[in-house]
Design a protein. Structure first.
Length: 278
């Protein structure tokens, strides 16, 4: 059963849990059990007391990430202060830093998480962090050796979107479109990340001056269908031309590269994904 958390918990008299002087406070009703069991398992190497505090900070991070990302980030940093050797903590700090636009910190923490785990599940965020720091070529380089077929479907979609964004940053809309032409660019087997993929494809078509209405409509219909049913994956029957899957090029400077690259738009944030990367 979900707990009914008050939106005004900061002003509550019960809001009195603080593990260290500079750490954000935690409502007493937030316990370690509020953290997903798969995450709690990763805290077993900590002492019982330390694991309790870290779990509560991570639970607060999850609770606040959408409504108050700045405070969520403070809780993530508090967890890092207590458990700096745990991959899950580095991953959480990386995600919250990315959410508030601190791309340098996010990149450092996500790379640490990958080094500790060997996992590439946060590679879309790593690519976007490079973009956010104005380094689209390094964004492409970051994904060069990643086996995309080994990635979960949602991560593979998010990576394609991130790489497409890097190509747009470099003034290469045609190749940006091709980056999105993956097997998942289809009305079959739709998952939540598919909606972002369809919209990104529509944006690239618009950038090239082509008709994007079918893909925009497909994204809207998929979003509505996903909201109306609980299935994790479903299909939409569509009469729409699906491009052949694009095979990524090995060289960063591929054919069609525009030598007059656009400067990176500092106001353009990396395309949002589930980013918490899942």
């Amino acid at each position: 059963m979900e707990k009914n958390y008050s939106k005004d918990y900061k002003n509550s008299k019960a809001y009195a849990g603080r593990d260290k002087p500079k750490s954000p406070m935690i409502p007493p009703e937030i316990t370690a059990e509020d953290l997903d069991i798969s995450a709690r398992v990763q805290l077993k190497t900590l002492s019982e007391e330390n694991a309790e505090w870290v779990a509560r900070h991570l639970a607060m991070t999850s609770l606040l990430i959408d409504s108050d990302p700045e405070l969520a980030h403070k809780h993530a940093l508090a967890a890092l202060n207590r458990a700096g050797r745990l991959a899950i903590v580095h991953e959480t700090v990386g995600i919250t830093a990315y959410t508030i636009g601190d791309f340098a910190l996010a990149l450092r923490e996500l790379l640490t998480h990958r080094r500790l785990t060997g996992s590439n599940e946060q590679i879309p965020l790593i690519v976007d962090c490079e973009r956010g720091m104005g380094r689209p070529e390094r964004a492409l380089e970051a994904a060069r050796d990643v086996d995309r077929k080994a990635l979960p479907k949602g991560v593979r979609i998010n990576l394609a979107i991130a790489l497409s964004g890097a190509r747009l940053d470099m003034g290469q809309p045609e190749i940006a479109l091709e980056e999105l032409e993956i097997a998942e660019l289809s009305p079959k087997g739709i998952i939540p990340q598919s909606i972002d993929l369809f919209r990104a494809y529509a944006e690239c078509l618009e950038e090239l001056g082509r008709d994007s209405s079918k893909w925009t409509e497909l994204a809207n219909r998929a979003e509505k269908a996903l909201a109306e049913q609980s299935a994790e994956e479903f299909e939409l029957v569509e009469e729409i031309e699906i491009p052949e899957p694009y095979q990524p090029r090995m060289n960063i400077r591929s054919r069609g590269d525009n030598p007059q690259k656009k400067s990176f738009d500092k106001n353009r944030k990396p395309r949002p994904r589930d980013g918490r990367g899942k």
